[in-house]
Design a protein around this ligand. Sequence first.
Ligand SMILES: C[S@@+](CC[C@H](N)C(=O)[O-])C[C@H]1O[C@@H](n2cnc3c(N)ncnc32)[C@H](O)[C@@H]1O
Length: 220
Amino acid sequence: MSLCETFHPPSRLGLEFRGPTETGKGRRLLELASRSLPERVRDAAERAADAGFELSSEPGIGRAIMTLAAAVRPGGRVLEIGTGMGVGTAWLIQGLAARADVELVTIESDPKRARLAAEANWPGYVQPVIGDVLVEIGRLGLFSLVFADAEGGKLYGLDLTLAAVDLHGILVLDDMRFQGRSPAIEEGVVRVRRQLMADDRFVCVEMNWSSGLLVATRVR
Ligand SMILES: C[S@@+](CC[C@H](N)C(=O)[O-])C[C@H]1O[C@@H](n2cnc3c(N)ncnc32)[C@H](O)[C@@H]1O
């Protein structure tokens, strides 16, 4: 029996980069939101908008992972699954700041995206990996914070991701709110929630925040 519960916090920012979008919405919302975004996040979001990439993390998710990254233990390692255009990476860097004792591995299966994202001026502790997380994760070691933001490693292959979370490490899953996506995805989300909540190695909480967060801490 796991110690999971559901928490419904107050409303979110309402400024989204993700989700079903009509042409130009990403750019318009970026313009609306950009005044409150850290510079490196804004740069990545602009790169995403220029490339027509609309799957970048919303600012609410970004601020959540930034906050958790800022708490990573000394010598800790962070994994982002799905670099996209580097918006989540930028938020994680914002939290890790100028630390010299950490490592941030970000993995992306699309080489073109990975290359564009890496045009950002990332600190030396960022290690981009190009490849399928399901193939690569076994050799990447353990992590204090994992942001699983790709179908691989979340909707399928979750076991591999769970195994990569260090004791007392934290796993963040986003896009866990029902969003009317394809049945395969929505059913996958339900399956993932059930799997994680039944896993007694983790305590977890669901948050109706931004695109929907599930945060789990490994306790054994
Ligand atoms: C939702 S986007 C990531 C957004 C990014 N994390 C952010 O916060 O802005 C998901 C990304 O995961 C990548 N991806 C999908 N399956 C993958 C896999 N099996 N291994 C690595 N990357 C994958 C996709 O190419 C896509 O760029």
